[in-house]
Design a protein around this ligand. Sequence first.
Ligand code: COA
Length: 225
Amino acid sequence: MNRIVRSLAWVAAGAAAGVAWAKLTKRKQDAGTAPQALRHSGTRTIETDRLILRRFKVEDAGAMYHNWASDPEVTRFLTWQPHVSVEATAELLEDWEGRYENGACYNWAIVLKELGEPIGSISVVDQNDTLRKAHVGYCIGKKWWRQGIMTEALAAVIKFLFREGYQRIDSRHDPNNPHSGEVMKKCGMKYEGTLRNYDWNNQGYCDACFYSILAEEYQEGGHCL
Ligand SMILES: CC(C)(COP(=O)(O)OP(=O)(O)OC[C@H]1O[C@@H](n2cnc3c(N)ncnc32)[C@H](O)[C@@H]1OP(=O)(O)O)[C@@H](O)C(=O)NCCC(=O)NCCS
């Protein structure tokens, strides 16, 4: 009789453990599911006071090449080499155009309204859908530096991406390129720390200063989503 009771106790304990395990697994699955799905509406046109952020077209090759992509001063702290010809730029743009079919592609040409052509780019260079986080990179031609243009573009992209459902937007820069960090700060991003030899750019290995902004602090700052 004792043996039967002990067996039943084992069965009950096993069942309880099974239920607990199922609950734990379910919680893990719930936690692993993004509480709010990303919209992934892709690179939609965004308008600000001075700018139109829109998709790149192959026809932008001349402007892209001349306004920023061929300038070694622009690419000094970037990972890509200055473009060698308008044809090379056109080839890249052809590839970029194809990528817009993917709703998760966020890659804007920064068009200065008064000029009517692109002067730079801003894009999501890395993203994680499960964690709903996006990493942003940007550049503009030297002629337009220090006029608040990237601050205007990044602020607009941050708003757009939070509306897409991201909960964290981050970016990073080489400590030898501190102006980029100033743009991030002006857009409400917070400095998180510097990782040693985290990156490589046209200057070689470099540290990376990380900045981020969270959806909740964006809203706390009085912004509506
Ligand atoms: C870094 C870069 C994007 C800045 O864009 P920008 O449009 O010139 O930046 P903003 O005019 O919005 O400047 C924002 C703040 O950054 C600082 N800053 C930007 N450029 C500066 C400069 N040349 N000298 C001193 N401070 C500067 C200022 O604090 C400025 O605010 P303020 O003008 O109110 O004082 C631009 O210089 C660039 O494209 N550089 C080459 C590519 C690159 O480095 N990309 C970033 C890689 S991480």
